[in-house]
Design a protein. Structure first.
Lengths: 653, 323
């Protein structure tokens, strides 16, 4: 109720403000409208930096493209045959947003493969190229050996920019003379943008962005396509700045290339970082603080200091001009925020990490898994009726992978039958995790066949393999640390959901139902693994054992038919480990889920595996039932070295 | 950084223009190489694009100017001063910028060693803005004249009596002669000394280096020290060569030098030197044959193309991300 009241008060204030301003005679409506344009830009940048975690240092370029799209299409003066027809403002803002988004895609497509800091530099380079291009394209002459096919062509207005730019036309609304209609136009665009961004954030797409930000590899292995997800963030972020740029151009009635330099990108970054990247409220706050600081505090403090200087008779103070220091303060602000409060002013406070020791109380809570707790939907989605054990679900033949001279996998064969539990063991460095990485698509094999349910997996991206029905956990837990427990599981459902941008924003009944069902399913999964009641905690704040179980819940949410578990009981105490073993057994029994298990705890492996494959130096040295493996001479040799006693010494049941 | 110096005369033949611009490119490239080494060393060791590095170079120019002022030098240095005052100013400037670079690391980067990678990059941008504004407030917005401390002699004409349109001066020689010993000293330092070994080990694997008893923080400090000193030397050379300094030149030069480091293969010292020369030549040729106003766009296009299609550069090693 309280937040609703707050929203109502805010709405009344925003609507009443320009009239109060005019009545009192403050004349601040223009300045506030400009501030809101920058706020809109900062919000667009927040999609890229805050949600998707891609540092964009050239965001002002998209602002420029939006502004020039408006300027060039809606100006009568530029004597180019291409444009100068003064299109309608209402058409131009959409064209500007579309052009910006398109350029976001064009820039993004080749660059998103590179690492985070390289991406930042590429965007910076792009941000430098655009103003240079705008300046120089105002006077294009091409000369080829005396022949001039193009002479003094003015494409962009050059250094002088475009002036005038047409204003919007609405019958009876005085956009020419009055700042108030501008205020409301920008307010409406801003409010609609915030509304759309909030809905995007809370959708399947927003969760995918954040998953990529937290851990790109883990997101890929949970069914999120990193490339298309990042591209979408880039394009959407760019489209918001296209809107902002086009309105800015029409409001100022003139644009020059100087308005889109690197400094603008940095000021926007300041707004995002100061308020708290990833928080809409924070970015709004940051934008307000920086605008007020820049436009009001610096100049007013200068007046104040000069006044003090005059009374005290200090000439240094009288001639002081703090507005010259503005970029110094922006720089200082960036440093201080990152050092003192990296999550920003409004960012979520993060508890200090729980100790590495297993929380005893939590361990007691972890109740043994119950058959009734298996979510019904999961049963229906996964179970495909009774199947013959012999039917191979995963069939690996001659899998080979070398890193330089080191052969990590050497012609390995392995079969996982439907509903089987297969153990994969071997000394450290035997190639077990490499095997997982090849099966899940993180590493391309050099040779070998890899068939899942009859279809080859070679060459598929990890997220496509997840969609086929293979899910995994990681040896060192890889959760999306700064997302909630519930959101972690929801990311797992990503590849089974369908909402796209329009659906996520407009939320038709179909999307609403899908999202409600997804949440319902995620909750039931959390209950099943014993994490109910912890849905809203950040994943990083969970105790160790809970994190392991959450990773399994996330994997199950992808509705797998084969589950790859990489040392699931590592670091657990015997009771927890026992509970988890029961859970794995239950999954197989009740859901006929197939499981491939890397495990160092021999008791666990021997107890639950149907068959075991042993790797040593990348080569399969043994395959058989647990009893056979315990007696296998080469296994004993691999584990204990030669000259070991000839009895079965592998610790077993 | 337009070379008002030795700009081609209108009556030059095509090959004289090419030679002249190649000389320009060589001197530019030498300065880029010195700055690029600082980028590449820091990136190699802590994987940070030290955005403020170009501004340390810019401050190096102004600091060297201040040292000349303190030593009472206002005009061209004569005979014995060239072997006493000039080396002294080199040392003083390099010490100052080395200290500045270490201070930047201590204050802005070191507390963030365990933070996500983008956090120190953001503070680096912040520091860059602060340094630029310090220079702006110190020296004012207008370009600052740098005294003609190094004697400029038209070598071809005055020493060899060749009447050529090509303009090769003692300053061009100075740039190369000052850069080469620095490069040799650096190579020796990195290849042969204990600290150099520690740096290379830390760059390869910080944790293992630590386990082997290398004081990693100390090694990082030495890296910033050396990088800052080289940037200071580059600033001094730039000032003596072009006789002008601007508060905004660090950003431009820094981006070109970073491009050079990336082109050569970031983390590779030889690559930084090579990349510096290549960018020097390309920018000089682009000024001449395309148009100076497009040079920036061309340099950045090279940067983008290299990062996307050959991120390990010309000489860098391919380092796959671990899964």
């Amino acid at each position: 109720m309280n937040s609703r009241l707050g929203a109502a008060v805010l709405a009344v204030v925003l609507v009443a403000y320009p009239f109060v301003d005019q009545a009192v005679g403050l004349h601040t409506v223009h300045a506030v409208s400009d501030g809101m344009i920058y706020m809109l830009l900062a919000l667009g940048l927040n999609i890229v930096v805050g949600y998707a975690g891609l540092l964009d240092l050239g965001y002002a370029a998209f602002f420029a493209i939006g502004a020039y799209a408006m300027g060039l299409l809606n100006s009568p003066v530029l004597g180019s045959p291409l444009y100068g027809h003064a299109w309608s403002f209402w058409l131009c803002i959409w064209v500007a947003a579309a052009v910006s988004a398109l350029l976001g895609l064009v820039i993004g497509a080749p660059t998103l493969r590179v690492r985070g800091d390289y991406l930042a530099i590429i965007t910076l380079g792009f941000g430098e190229i655009i103003p240079v291009a705008i300046r120089n394209l105002g006077d294009v002459t091409i000369e080829i050996g005396g022949w001039r096919p193009i002479e003094r062509l003015n494409l962009t207005g050059g250094e002088n920019g475009v002036n005038p730019v047409g204003r919007p036309y609405l019958p009876g609304v005085p956009f020419e003379t009055d700042p108030v209609p501008w205020y409301f136009l920008i307010l409406i665009i801003g409010a609609a943008s915030v509304w759309a961004m909030t809905r995007l954030r809370d959708s399947r797409l927003g969760r995918a962005w954040m998953a990529i930000r937290e851990d790109e590899t883990a997101a890929d292995c949970t069914g999120v396509n990193p490339v298309s997800t990042k591209l979408l963030a880039f394009a959407l972020g760019a489209s918001f700045s296209g809107f902002a740029g086009s309105v800015y151009a029409a409001k100022l009635q003139a644009i020059t290339p100087g308005a889109f330099e690197f400094q603008v990108s940095i000021m926007l970054l300041c707004m995002v970082v100061l308020g708290g990247a990833g928080s809409i409220r924070g970015v709004v706050l940051g934008a307000m603080l920086i605008t007020v600081f820049d436009r009001v505090i610096l100049s007013q403090t200068t007046f104040l200091v000069r006044g003090i200087g005059r009374t005290l008779g200090v000439p240094a103070l009288v001639s002081l001009d703090l507005t010259l220091w503005r970029w110094f303060f922006f720089g200082l602000g960036l440093v201080l925020v990152m050092l003192l409060r990296p999550q920003g002013l409004a960012g979520r406070r993060v508890q200090p990490l729980a100790g590495a020791d297993v929380d005893e109380a939590a361990a007691l809570d972890a109740a043994p898994p119950r058959v009734e707790a298996i979510p019904r939907w999961l049963r229906e989605q996964i179970a495909t009726g009774p199947v013959a054990q012999a039917d191979a679900l995963l069939d690996v033949r001659g899998l080979t992978k070398a890193f330089g001279g080191v052969v990590a996998l050497n012609a390995v064969d392995l079969v996982v039958p439907r509903g089987g539990i297969i153990g994969l063991i071997g000394p450290n460095g035997a190639g077990k995790t490499t095997f997982f990485n090849v099966v899940t698509g993180l590493i391309r094999p050099d040779a070998g066949r890899l068939t899942f349910a009859g279809a080859s997996l070679v060459g598929l991206r990890p997220n496509a393999i997840v969609a086929r029905g293979i899910a995994r956990t990681f040896q060192s837990i890889r959760l999306f640390q700064y997302m909630t427990v519930l959101d972690n599981v929801l990311v797992g459902e990503h590849c089974r959901l369908e909402a796209r941008v329009a659906g996520a924003v407009l939320r038709p009944p179909r999307v609403r139902a899908e999202e409600a069902r997804a949440r319902e399913r995620a909750r039931s999964l959390l209950t099943f693994v014993g994490l109910s009641g912890k849905e809203d905690e950040l994943a990083r704040n969970l105790p160790y054992g809970d994190q392991r179980r959450l990773e399994i819940a996330r994997a199950l949410a992808t509705e797998p038919r084969l589950l790859l578990l990489d040392e699931p009981t590592a670091g657990m105490n015997p009771r927890e480990s026992h509970t988890l073993t029961d859970l794995i057994g239950l999954l197989r029994r009740e859901l006929s889920l197939s499981i491939l298990l890397i495990e160092h705890d021999m008791q666990v492996v021997m107890r639950i595996s149907d068959r075991i494959t042993v790797l040593d130096y990348g080569t399969r040295i043994a395959e058989g039932t647990p009893t056979e493996i315990q007696r296998h001479p080469r296994v004993i040799e691999a584990y204990l070295g030669t000259g070991a006693p000839q009895e079965p010494v592998v610790p077993g049941v | 950084m337009g070379g008002h110096f030795g700009a081609p005369h209108f009556h030059m033949t095509w090959w004289e223009v090419l030679v002249q611009q190649t000389i320009n490119g060589l001197t530019r490239g030498a300065v880029f190489a010195l700055i690029a080494l600082g980028y590449t060393m820091v990136y190699g060791i802590i994987e940070l694009i030290n955005f403020a590095h170009g501004d340390v170079f810019m401050l190096g120019l102004f600091i060297s100017l201040a040292w000349f002022g303190l030593l009472g030098v206002t005009g061209t240095l004569g005979g014995w001063q060239l072997v006493t005052v000039l080396p002294l100013v080199f040392v003083l400037t390099m010490l100052t910028t080395a200290g500045l670079n270490v201070a930047i690391d201590r204050i802005a980067y070191r507390p963030l060693r365990r933070s996500p990678r983008l956090a120190p990059l953001i503070t680096a941008i912040g520091v860059s803005f602060m340094l630029e504004n310090v220079a702006l407030l110190w020296k004012g917005p207008a370009p600052i004249a740098y005294p003609d401390v190094f004697p400029s002699v038209d070598i071809l004409r005055e020493w060899f009596g060749i009447d050529s349109a090509i303009f090769l001066t003692t300053k061009d020689v100075l740039v190369v002669v000052a850069t080469i010993p620095l490069m040799i000293a650096l190579t020796y330092f990195v290849r042969r000394t204990r600290w150099g070994k520690a740096m290379r080990a830390t760059a390869q694997d910080r944790e293992t280096a630590q386990a082997m008893g290398i004081d990693v923080e100390r090694t990082i400090l030495v890296t910033f020290l050396v990088g800052g000193a080289l940037a200071g030397a580059a600033g001094l050379i730039q000032g003596m060569y072009y006789n002008i300094g601007m508060w905004w030149m660090g950003y431009q030069a820094g981006l070109r030098a970073f491009t050079a480091a990336v082109l050569g293969g970031i983390g590779s010292m030889g690559g930084a030197a090579l990349g510096g020369l290549v960018i020097g030549f390309l920018s000089a040729w682009s000024d001449q044959y395309i148009s100076a106003r497009w040079t920036n766009a061309i340099v950045f296009s090279i940067l983008i193309i290299v990062l996307v299609f050959r991120p390990h550069g010309l000489l860098g090693e391919r380092t796959p991300d671990k899964a």
